[in-house]
Design a binder for this molecule. Structure first.
Ligand code: MN
Length: 235
């Protein structure tokens, strides 16, 4: 039934710490409309719609209980970062969701899946879990928090949501040279459920590489290093 490029669900279920009773829900969550129409399957769009709300709820619930004293404006800033396409894309990459995604037509090549498509699938996945466990928001939230609570709290404490090094670096290079840094994937290693990406960031004579569990994270770290190089070269 599945395309030859797609993985069996076992690794994904293991990574999630959740086993689906109804695998068709999981199948739907990874099925893009382009593939669905070619194979008479349901696509993930309504699941995405629901999953988007669930993730918002899980994140806000976590932030409120963790930072009860934080003003609403601060919480809103945190929330928008942790439910952003970029952040969810990073979580999706760690699950190797791109390897499962079923896309049809011109999008057949899984090597170039856009961040928005992958983050949509990630949202759909959480709706699939919610429906599969009998619409238990508590159970679904517990699975989400088990996977992501610590990293979200840690990132929030570090103020990561306020500092995007890729943006900071680009602002700096535009200001100095009217140029943008270039990012390049140097290496991808590790088993598919635990990949490590190595990215090089370069601009003019400045160059640094960094590794991360997602491209986004590796780019972020490489950008941080290059920014430090540029600043330290000022003497
Ligand atoms: Mn979406």
């Amino acid at each position: 039934m599945l395309a030859s490029s797609s993985k069996s669900f076992e690794d994904l279920e293991r990574a999630l710490g959740y086993q689906f009773r109804d695998k068709s829900l999981l199948l739907q969550a990874i099925t893009h409309k382009s593939y669905a129409s070619e194979h008479a399957l349901k696509n993930y769009e309504t699941l995405e719609f629901l999953g988007d709300s669930l993730i918002n709820f899980f994140v806000v619930d976590l932030l409120i209980s963790q930072f009860p004293e934080a003003p609403e404006g601060e919480l809103a800033m945190m929330k928008s970062y942790f439910v952003s396409e970029d952040y969810l894309y990073e979580l999706a990459e760690e699950l190797s969701l791109d390897l499962y995604l079923l896309v049809g037509g011109k999008k057949k090549n899984n090597n170039n899946i856009s961040p928005s498509l992958l983050s949509d699938t990630f949202e759909a996945l959480w709706a699939a879990i919610y429906l599969d466990c009998g619409k238990s928001a508590d159970q679904t939230k517990a699975i989400f928090h088990k996977l992501y609570k610590d990293r979200i709290i840690e990132a929030a404490k570090k103020g990561e949501y306020k500092r995007d090094y890729k943006t900071l670096l680009q602002e700096e290079t535009q200001k100095r040279w009217k140029e943008r840094p270039v990012y390049r994937v140097i290496n991808v290693e590790g088993p598919h459920h635990n990949r490590v990406f190595e990215i090089e960031c370069s601009i003019r004579e400045y160059r640094a590489t960094a590794k991360g569990k997602s491209k986004k994270m590796a780019e972020h770290l490489a950008a941080k290093k290059v920014l430090e190089l540029i600043k330290s070269s000022e003497g």
